[in-house]
Ligand binder design. Structure first.
Ligand code: N2P
Length: 376
């Protein structure tokens, strides 16, 4: 075998089968005559009721819509390859990992006439992970935080006043032990829980120091007996109907729970808290898998979402902020004024922007979380 050919093979073998498929698809030309199908893989509880319907009506493209509830699941699908999806919505630091593996396709910006609607500040943040904003378009953003059922938490704490920092409710045994009686829920995702634990300890959310992770693991062991549920989606209803009184969850999800309790008139008063010590921002981004069967339809979808009215529709339903400057006039007034959705400048200062952590740290994060969850 000639040397260059040999090098190429070695390179492909190193990539593995999924990598090889992805690398070949990466360069494959876009077919002009795509079948009228679009396969979307998005987070659960993350879209308005009419978003898909209106797109289908307008374009004649049939949408197949599947959901996941943590990045680990989505990433496993993309790494395995041939997912069949045309649009996926990884959180930005996970998308970085997927770009490193050549799993995401570069955007053809000539097909995205509404890109100018994107807030330059958010683009600048994403640019740190996706230089030139070449692969990702922000879908919505929020943060990982603590939500409470105000009355049930008060009752369970009794004479004990609320802590100064909301993280203490879930990470300090003094509070968590009392709250166990009314239900304590944690996100079922290593990459969400561990950064939150680090922030609550005054450490960097994306620390590169193994000692910080050892300390976080220790803290988690201490509160494990008081965690009654691990959930990244079902906890919304559990909060809404009062089965859980405190959750380590996502800002918008907790606001959805609040809205569902209001609609059900069940007397549960749900509140999103913003911890004093800060929280991790979550930017969920639309991306096209390298081996997507319908990349043109994916671009049509992205450009549709980027209309101000469509993007506002998402925020109005799921209480996450959107990156679209043309959407603000369509956002419901009570949501536009809700400081747990659109953060005040002071709260923005407290938030940690996404960062990627190296592979050894990622393995450590998974190990600590598994140990925590299984209680071993
Ligand atoms: C949607 C959760 C999205 C925020 N239910 C976490 N990426």
């Amino acid at each position: 075998m000639r040397n260059s050919a040999k090098a190429r093979w070695t390179q492909y073998l190193g990539l593995g089968l999924a990598g090889l498929t992805a690398a070949l698809a990466f360069t494959a030309p876009v077919r002009a005559d795509e079948e009228k199908v679009l396969n979307i893989y998005n987070w659960s509880d993350y879209i308005a009721d009419d978003t898909v319907k209106n797109f289908e009506k307008e374009t004649g493209i049939k949408v197949r819509y599947d959901v996941f509830d943590n990045n680990e699941i989505l990433n496993a699908k993309l790494v395995a390859g041939k997912s069949g999806y045309d649009i996926v919505v990884p959180t930005a630091q996970w998308a970085r990992l997927q770009m490193d593996g050549n799993l995401l396709r570069k955007l053809d910006k000539s097909k995205l006439s509404n890109l100018h609607n994107l807030d330059p500040q958010i683009q600048a943040k994403l640019n740190l992970l996706d230089p030139g904003n070449e692969h990702l378009v922000d879908w919505l953003w929020g943060y990982t935080t603590v939500g409470i059922n105000v009355d049930k938490v008060k009752a369970a704490l009794g004479a004990m006043p609320m802590p100064d920092d909301a993280w203490e409710l879930v990470f300090n045994p003094k509070y968590a032990s009392k709250l166990k009686s009314c239900g304590v829920s944690f996100l079922d995702s290593p990459s969400e829980v561990i950064p939150a634990a680090l922030i609550s300890m005054g450490k960097p959310a994306y620390s590169k120091n193994p000692a910080d992770y050892a300390a976080a693991g220790k803290m988690l062991q201490a509160i494990r007996p008081y965690v009654t549920l691990f959930s990244s989606s079902g906890y919304i209803n559990d909060m809404a109907n009062g089965a859980v009184c405190v959750a380590l969850g996502w800002s918008g999800d907790i606001n959805i729970a609040r809205q569902r309790a209001i609609d059900a008139k069940n007397g549960n008063h749900i509140q999103v808290l913003i911890p004093k010590s800060g929280a991790a921002l979550v930017f969920d981004t639309m991306a096209i898998p390298a081996d997507a069967p319908h990349p043109n339809n994916a671009l049509l979808w992205m450009n549709y979402i980027l209309r101000g009215q469509v993007h506002a529709g998402l925020t109005n339903k799921v209480f996450y902020a959107n990156p679209n400057t043309a959407s603000l006039k369509f956002v419901r007034k009570d949501i536009a004024d809700n400081k747990t959705v659109f953060l005040s400048d002071a709260d923005k200062q407290r938030m940690t922007a996404p960062e990627q952590v190296p592979a050894d740290i990622r393995r450590n994060i998974t190990r600590i979380f598994t140990k925590f969850k299984t209680g071993l």
